[in-house]
Design a protein around this ligand. Structure first.
Ligand SMILES: CC(C)(COP(=O)(O)OP(=O)(O)OC[C@H]1O[C@@H](n2cnc3c(N)ncnc32)[C@H](O)[C@@H]1OP(=O)(O)O)[C@@H](O)C(=O)NCCC(=O)NCCS
Length: 188
């Protein structure tokens, strides 16, 4: 293990932690994680806040995991706390190396919410994206009704940059989808 700063460490990729920052570890998704991901994704408190409400099916998850191996523009990580407990799932997709941007998302396991893991995960996403992927812009989409998530994103420096009007149908209503971003150098 190489310690490069007080709060960022790097270990070998194979079978272990890939990236660690501020007490949160990112590691690649393994077959053993599929039930954790399914439980998290299929919990109503999670899928109600996402653009696609359809459930994850176990039969399709294996194929999804295999597809990640050949994908160069999307990355998924299990976020663990300092004791190795999985606390969330991190998504990075729409990676655009020419314009140096990526879309991100993270869901925290229901039992682990309100413990500031969301803050720590987004701090790690920013460190990874700006200091390692060389990104200029990190962006995300969030339902305008998802006040807890919007508060979190603002707390870590994201700003609302636009509105996809009535882009999501949820609970019988059309809901705006907000696009939020943060630029390198802390510029909002
Ligand atoms: C949104 C989510 C990622 C937040 O993760 P979390 O680990 O619970 O958030 P944190 O504990 O780090 O909270 C950070 C800040 O966000 C805000 N926040 C988070 N959850 C909140 C809630 N339920 N109510 C009000 N504010 C909330 C607060 O400002 C909080 O700071 P505070 O605790 O000092 O008041 C998590 O609730 C989640 O996964 N929700 C379901 C799925 C989802 O919404 N995903 C995002 C889709 S865009």
């Amino acid at each position: 293990m190489i310690a490069l700063s007080a709060c960022t460490t790097y270990t070998s990729w194979m079978g272990g932690v890939y990236f660690e920052h501020g007490g949160i570890r990112f590691r690649s998704v393994a077959p053993e994680d599929l039930s954790f991901i399914q439980d998290l994704r299929n919990d109503p408190s999670t899928w109600m806040q996402l653009g696609d409400p359809r459930p994850l099916k176990p039969g399709l998850q294996k194929k999804w995991l295999e597809s990640l191996d050949s994908s160069s523009d999307r990355f998924y990580y299990i976020a663990e706390n300092g004791t190795g407990l999985p606390v969330g799932l991190v998504r990075m997709d729409e990676y655009d190396p020419i314009n140096r941007s990526i879309r991100v998302g993270a869901d925290v396991a229901p039992a682990q919410r309100r413990k500031h893991y969301g803050l720590a995960i987004y701090a790690a996403i920013k460190e990874y994206g700006f200091a390692h992927l060389g990104l200029h812009r990190i962006w995300l989409l969030v339902l305008a009704t998802n006040k807890p998530a919007i508060a979190l994103y603002k707390a870590v420096g994201f700003s609302v940059e636009g509105t996809l009007r009535q882009a999501v149908f949820r609970s019988g209503k059309w809901v705006d989808y907000l696009s939020m971003s943060i630029l390198e150098g802390g510029r909002r």
